[in-house]
Design a protein around this ligand. Structure first.
Ligand code: ZN
Length: 677
């Protein structure tokens, strides 16, 4: 297919004011019915295959543009009415997605394109989109003979049930234990905010005194600050034995039987599709190329971190002894770590806030992005909005609009917490041969300004904003015009965090700090002495933290490579083995961390937990080229733009990385940035 000229562009913005909540569900029903009918008619018709693919993209995009503002409003302007409608629509969309993913006719269409002469005529990005679609069809079991396809579907079904049950057990076990305390003296050392939470918990349960639960906001402060060692031990024991055959609720909500069944079904699933094991199956959609590559990567990091991690631990042990502890048990580690951290780097996030008024940070972020990628960011004063706080900006290059984004910065009622980037529209050519420009939603939950004071950010919040903007740039700066591989679409899962973590680096560099900080009363930039202190605090116990993450990743990945027997002893043995290899301090025999490891047994991280470290390595290594060339080097910025941001998912993540860095990724930069090497 030829490339139409870019003369005609379209910035598709949702008309929020026209969205009527009671019309959403009937409109969705109509849209889905139309799509089903149109797909059936198209497949029965005589149109050329490539024209059919273009139509599919068009219909998919219509659905996407209908749903993305609804989904966004549900997150940022929720109401009981909207939530009901949203919850009623979601299963319909899921069912439609599953139906298309299992559609024999569509599968045959993609196969016919791949096998025809047309294929060679396609642009590389279009070929990638076709290849990905065929891969995903294959991974859904569609190409299997009938009997095996049935078994495949049964396994999927059973795995979904098991995952839900696993998560429910963890939830029930977390909620099924709490510690009532009537003598406030036992809470000595714990910050007032946490004590207030315990008091509120007790009131909610109509109990006297204080109630410590196993939810993280309640559990963690007690482990970090409670001077009472017996209390910490009791909490640790309850927490680390959740959903297992150990601890205070031994045998209740027990995941012991579920884990081996989940793993062996996954192995069977992988075998049906001719993969050696589930780890290999998991890598079929990821940047890492082979199980050995992942294992080598993790063990290499473990090896290089071992000494520093051990040193961290020895330091902590000596510190605890100096404070009178006879020995350092697992339930003492967070407590003494926090004391040591405070002693070494007394620095609170609150002290930093005055240096980061939000408008200075946002303007500084835009200046950083401008210097790196030569784009101007201009606020658009009038647009169809959903809340007065929301701003809209256009991204321009050489005066021409190339993308747009909504920036919704402040926490408020009926808005989901956290920060994220979501796509509103994707870059592609539409049926009128217009270039549709990408649009993003960037959402944060910062403290709103008051009459007296602007919104002041902590440095963590500044970093969060840069992180999400990195995702946003990946979506908005794409030069790809095929929806399925444009922006963040089709990017390998273990490479998606590269641009986001990459951009965070500028929050730690003095020349960038000068752009993003200005004391809201004195106008002074964040002093170098404070930045240095922040950098030291950032790497506190980085060795210990690294090996802990590696322990989780190695347990997950080895288990999905090697485990053949369907019994819980095998699961426990693999974890024990990994701990022997990498952990720096022993955990008690009763610890059953694995029984509540929902990321891999109930979430999407099965044989994928390594991705956290993988992406950190990529972003650190990519940034290290800027350290070599200068952090605002325009040529290096252009290279990152062209080789990574603009490519989207149209080229493999490894090829993108190598094109930018001139070689494969290495772990050196991450280790150096973490103070490990
Ligand atoms: Zn992210």
């Amino acid at each position: 297919m030829s490339t139409p000229s870019e003369a005609s562009t379209l910035l598709p913005l949702p008309r929020f004011s026209a969205i009527a909540i009671d019309q959403i569900e009937p409109q969705l029903d109509a849209l889905l019915a139309d799509n089903r009918r149109r797909i059936a008619e198209m497949l029965a018709g005589e149109q050329p295959a490539l024209a059919q693919l273009a139509l599919l993209e068009q219909w998919d995009d219509q659905l996407e543009q209908f749903w993305s503002p609804v989904s966004h409003l549900n997150a940022v302007k929720n109401s009981p009415e909207l939530r009901d409608v949203y919850n009623a629509c979601l299963p319909k969309l899921t069912a439609y997605g599953t139906e298309l993913g299992q559609h024999q006719g569509l599968y045959r269409l993609y196969q016919s394109v791949a096998e025809s002469d047309d294929y060679a005529q396609l642009r590389a990005e279009q070929r990638m989109a076709v290849d990905n679609a065929r891969r995903d069809f294959r991974l859904s079991g569609i190409a299997l003979p009938e009997q095996q396809r049935q078994r495949f579907a049964d396994i999927k079904q059973r795995l979904a049930e098991l995952s839900t049950q696993f998560a429910n057990n963890v939830l029930d076990a977390t909620q099924g234990w709490s510690k009532q305390i009537t003598d406030k003296a036992l809470l000595a050392g714990i910050p007032d905010t946490a004590v207030a939470l315990y008091r509120q918990n007790a009131i909610d349960q109509q109990q006297d005194g204080y109630l410590i639960t196993l939810d993280i906001p309640a559990y963690l402060p007690a482990m970090q600050y409670a001077d009472n060692r017996a209390l910490r031990e009791e909490l640790y024991c309850a927490y680390t034995t959740r959903a297992s055959e150990q601890g205070p609720n031994a045998g209740q909500w027990d995941n012991s039987g579920l884990m081996p069944e989940i793993v062996s079904l996954r192995q069977e699933l992988a075998a049906l599709l001719d993969f050696d094991n589930y780890s290999a199956f998991s890598l079929a959609t990821k940047m890492a190329e082979s199980p050995d590559q992942v294992l080598d990567f993790l063990y290499d990091l473990a090896h290089r971190t071992a000494e520093v991690a051990h040193r961290d631990y020895v330091e902590l042990e000596a510190f605890a002894k100096s404070l009178g502890a006879e020995q350092l048990n697992a339930w003492d580690v967070p407590y003494y770590s926090e004391k040591l951290r405070l002693q070494k780097y007394a620095l609170s996030q609150q002290e930093l806030r005055p240096y980061f008024p939000v408008d200075t940070v946002v303007a500084g972020l835009f200046a950083v992005v401008n210097r790196l990628f030569a784009v101007e960011i201009e606020q658009q004063s009038s647009f169809d909005s959903y809340h007065p706080d929301v701003r809209f900006y256009q991204l321009k290059r050489d005066g021409k609009t190339i993308a747009g984004f909504y920036l919704d910065l402040f926490a408020r009622a009926n808005k989901r917490g956290g920060a994220w980037m979501a796509d509103c529209a994707v870059r592609r050519y539409n049926q009128q041969q217009q270039l549709q420009l990408p649009v993003a939603f960037l959402t944060c939950n910062f403290t709103p300004p008051t009459e007296q004071q602007p919104s002041l950010l902590t440095h963590d919040e500044v970093t969060t904003l840069f992180h999400e903007f990195g995702h946003g740039l990946h979506h908005m700066l794409t030069a790809i015009n095929t929806a399925a591989v444009s922006g963040i679409n089709g990017v390998a899962w273990d490479a998606v965090e590269l641009p986001s973590q990459f951009l965070e680096n500028w929050c730690w560099q003095q020349p960038a700090i000068d752009l993003i900080s200005s004391h809201y009363e004195t106008g002074e930039s964040l002093p170098t002495s404070l930045l240095e202190k922040m950098l030291q605090a950032k790497n506190f116990q980085s060795g210990m933290q690294m090996v802990r993450q590696l322990e989780f990743a190695l347990f997950d990945f080895s288990m999905h490579c090697d485990m053949k027997e369907a019994d819980v002893e095998a699961v426990n043995r693999i974890l024990e083995q990994v701990r022997k290899e990498v952990a720096v301090y022993p955990v008690p025999d009763f610890n059953r961390f694995q029984h509540s490891f929902s990321h891999i047994f109930a979430g999407g991280y099965a044989a994928g937990y390594y991705s956290y470290k993988w992406a950190e390595v990529l972003s650190a290594d990519a940034f290290s080229r800027f350290e070599e060339d200068g952090i605002f080097n325009a040529d290096t910025g252009r290279a990152f733009l062209q080789e990574i941001l603009q490519q989207g998912g149209a080229r493999s993540a490894m090829d993108c990385f190598k094109a930018f860095r001139g070689r494969e990724p290495t772990v050196d930069a991450l280790l150096r940035h973490s103070g490990i090497q």
